[in-house]
Design a protein around this ligand. Structure first.
Ligand code: GDP
Length: 302
């Protein structure tokens, strides 16, 4: 556990560096507050979250007559953790099976990697996993997934050139018949047009509901933590199309933009504060960790 936290910390410290060094031996005054606000905005928290955090910080500093820079850092860390806490959400495995989980995200976000990590996490908790390969266009991607499934004891439903919605339908039916714990439906990340992409994922969702009226039970969006403010636009678009139940935020082991979660929590740019189930902190199979606000704030602010 300590190793991935260290990696998260190293990753986030690309901004955190400037953040944590700001506190060393400083005079606690308006200059410091302004520097902190700028540093938070640079970390992509957005202006609203930065201002609201600094407002809280100024109040605490005044009330508690804080004069020590290091104490200011601790208070800001507490305030950030409080701000992020509403985003914490645990994926509940104790529900009627199969739990049908649709996974969306643009290409390169870390969808395939995250699905692999999730399959393993669920298996470790004694759930059998079935995967529907939504990308029916790219043969290589499909074959890779099937091969990966074979090695990891995960059933993969794939179909050459077929309709992704039909593949999803089959997967849900098959998951029911075979007593699977979790059915994960992967969706394609790149299509000729963005509009087309949204129409396709909406169709997949509709067709899943035909296989099981209560499904999908979860609709997760994978976003690359390096994307910065554009992540907000992605969340908005997919939420509008699908009604997201949660986020997976990847690549937080190497980003200067970890503040984006603060922007999500603040509902920046009209985004709904969609909860964060997991964060990706590396390329390895174990590098998907539950999102814990305290740990995250600690990694960012020491
Ligand atoms: P997809 O196109 O959305 O399926 O994206 P992939 O799962 O293929 O991931 C794209 C690249 O990002 C690959 O090189 C992954 O190894 C890498 N990646 C995914 N998640 C993480 C993460 O949490 N940290 C790091 N450092 N790399 C990641």
């Amino acid at each position: 556990k300590s190793s991935w936290l260290a990696r998260l910390k190293t990753g986030l410290s690309r901004t955190g560096q400037s953040l944590t060094t700001l506190f060393v031996g400083v005079k606690v005054d308006e200059d410091l507050f302004e520097e902190l606000e700028t540093a938070l905005i640079m970390a992509d928290t957005g202006v609203d979250a930065a201002q609201s955090l600094l407002k809280g910080l100024r109040e605490r500093v005044r009330q508690e007559r804080i004069e020590d820079g290091d104490r200011v850092r601790q208070v800001l860390r507490e305030l950030l953790a409080e701000h992020l806490r509403p985003l914490e959400r645990r994926f509940d495995l104790d529900r009627p099976a199969p739990i049908v989980t649709m996974i969306a995200g643009v290409n390169g976000a870390g969808k395939t990697t995250s699905i692999g990590k999730l399959a393993r996490t669920f298996q470790q908790q004694d759930r059998r996993v079935l995967l529907a390969a939504g990308d029916t266009f790219r043969a290589a991607a499909r074959e890779q997934l099937v091969e990966w499934g074979r090695r990891n004891d995960v059933t993969v439903i794939a179909q050459e050139g077929g309709d992704p919605a039909a593949v999803a339908f089959d997967a849900v039916k098959s998951g029911q018949a075979r007593g699977m714990g979790v059915v994960m439906v992967d969706t394609a990340g790149r299509l000729p047009t963005q509009l087309h992409l949204m129409e396709e994922v909406k169709k997949i969702k509709r067709v899943i509901a035909k296989a099981d009226a209560s499904a999908p039970h979860e609709v997760l969006l994978v976003i690359d933590g390096n994307t910065g403010q554009n992540a907000l636009a992605q969340i908005k678009a997919f939420d509008q199309a699908l009604g997201l139940t949660g986020l997976i935020v990847t690549k937080l082991d190497g980003t200067a933009k970890g503040g984006i979660l603060a922007a999500v929590a603040a509902g920046a740019q009209g985004v709904r504060p969609v909860p964060v189930y997991w964060i990706g902190v590396g390329e390895g199979i174990d590098d998907l960790q539950p999102f814990v606000a305290d740990e995250f704030a600690g990694a960012l602010l020491g």
